[in-house]
Design a protein around this ligand. Structure first.
Ligand code: ZN
Length: 448
């Protein structure tokens, strides 16, 4: 273990140093440009949208004119001609424009893990640099599918490589969504794979093992030091049904440890996401004071009431559940139905449901993560509600509700467009044909 970790630490160290140099170089170049030439006004462009679902109004707005200056939206109006200083008019007059999509639960460093063998092969046979290359590719797949922001919830053994992918995207080196990242995630020793290898072998672990209250606080500090925007921990494992018909689970951390994780993260201004599938794991996460509950298949009625009352976000990740169930069998198949029932109850109680898919738990190349919208409508949301779940509600979960999630003046210019009407057919969202992030066009199959 020590040898493996030491080597990985060194590799991460080198990457961080290079990134630091790159940042300095970029800053220097910008400073030079500023002194060499007069400041250039941000480029003004306009979008003519046949229909606009702005993420705020209950109905789509017909023939909208959206003005963008630099990376921000400056105005949204019904009809009218663009002002004379607009340098480019993007014609989406036959399309429906929406806010950029947000997936609040992804793993860009994972390529699907239906079975333990799939998972182990990635950690044992792929180097972290190789996984980071695939991660950058996956980030671009997300962007091309209309996801202009993601919260990536742990690297699955790839240490802090999510921070590097986020930095490379933010520096404009590779295309991808805006990212908030959780780095390594946590369980106590022995409660997360890899499992089943000889004790003589030093195999990698999918998370950081953390024990005791002081260990928990130190691990949070360490992950934040290396760039974690969120702290993620695994509240439970071993999901099983008992005679009461409720999905139970084994709780990983003692209450004291889990509370220390949450308290230290909050003290450092970071929020906490808990993987919690069984009712016991969900109850423990709620006792600890987490900000978001991930998966939540076994939510009981009382737990639904509590998360509604406390305004805690639920990220259901239905796509991954439905995808892995046939391959995993057993309880996983029953869990899909159980989660559907919980979803319907949560909807009635106005729980804040933020769209999250667990992309990476399924292969990025195989499934479009926008399928999650389709499940939400199948499970009882109105199409507009499902769209909000993957735009403004998700933006609020990220703490970016004032910057993202709707198409309105003052927000970042993140938008997508589809040919049909997603309010009639939600599967249209799986066929995005135009993507803009921060005022730059990354995909346009519509007007060129
Ligand atoms: Zn996940």
């Amino acid at each position: 273990m020590r040898v493996g970790r030491g080597l990985r630490g060194m590799v991460s160290g080198v990457v961080l140093v290079l990134t630091g140099t790159g940042l300095l170089a970029a800053g220097f170049a910008r400073a030079q440009t500023k002194t060499a030439a007069a400041p250039v006004a941000p480029k003004k462009i306009a979008i003519r949208a046949g229909w606009l679902i702005d993420g705020k109004s209950d109905k789509a707005l017909q023939n909208a004119l959206i003005l963008i200056e630099g990376d921000k939206i400056v105005s949204v109006a019904a009809g009218g001609a663009p002002p004379p200083d607009v340098v480019e008019l993007i014609d989406l007059s036959k399309a429906t424009v929406l806010p950029g999509f947000i997936d609040t639960h992804t793993h860009v460093l994972l390529q699907g893990d239906v079975t333990a063998e799939d998972y182990d092969a990635q950690l044992l046979k792929q180097s972290i640099p190789y996984r980071a290359i695939l991660g950058a590719r996956n980030a671009n797949i997300a962007l091309q599918h209309g996801f202009t922001s993601i919260r990536d919830l742990e690297t699955e053994g790839a240490m802090y490589a999510d921070v590097d992918i986020k930095t490379a995207i933010a520096n404009g080196e590779v295309p991808g969504p805006r990212m908030q990242v959780a780095t390594r995630a946590m369980t106590p020793t022995g409660m997360y794979p890899l499992f089943g290898y000889s004790w003589e072998l030093k195999v990698p672990t999918g998370v950081q093992y953390v024990d005791g209250v002081e260990g928990a606080r130190k691990a949070v500090r360490e992950q934040v030091m290396y760039g974690a925007d969120w702290i993620k921990y695994y509240s439970d494992r071993r999901y099983h049904f008992e005679a009461d018909g409720v999905l139970h689970s084994m709780v990983n951390f003692t209450d004291e440890e889990a509370k220390a994780i949450v308290d230290e993260a909050h003290r450092l201004g970071k929020k906490v996401a808990a993987h919690a599938i069984g009712s016991d794991g969900i109850a423990a996460a709620l006792r600890a004071g987490v900000d978001t509950v991930e998966h939540g298949d076994g939510l009981t009625d009382a737990e639904i009431d509590e998360i509604a009352k406390r305004g805690i976000y639920w990220v259901p990740t239905i796509t991954v559940g439905a995808y892995v169930a046939p391959g995993r069998g057993g309880n996983w198949i029953k869990m899909v139905d159980l989660e559907k029932a919980a979803f319907q109850k949560a909807l009635k109680k106005d729980v804040k449901i933020a769209l999250g898919t667990d992309a990476g738990g399924f292969d990025w190349k195989e499934l479009n993560q926008a399928k999650e919208f389709e499940y939400y409508v199948q499970y009882g949301m109105m199409p507009m509600q499902a769209i909000r779940s993957g735009t403004i509600v998700a933006a609020e979960l990220l703490g970016w509700g004032d910057k993202l999630g709707t198409v309105e003046a003052g927000k970042w210019a993140d938008m997508v467009a589809v040919s049909g009407d997603p309010l009639k057919d939600i599967t249209e969202l799986q066929n995005v044909k135009f993507v803009m992030k921060a005022g730059a066009v990354y995909r346009n199959d519509l007007s060129k």
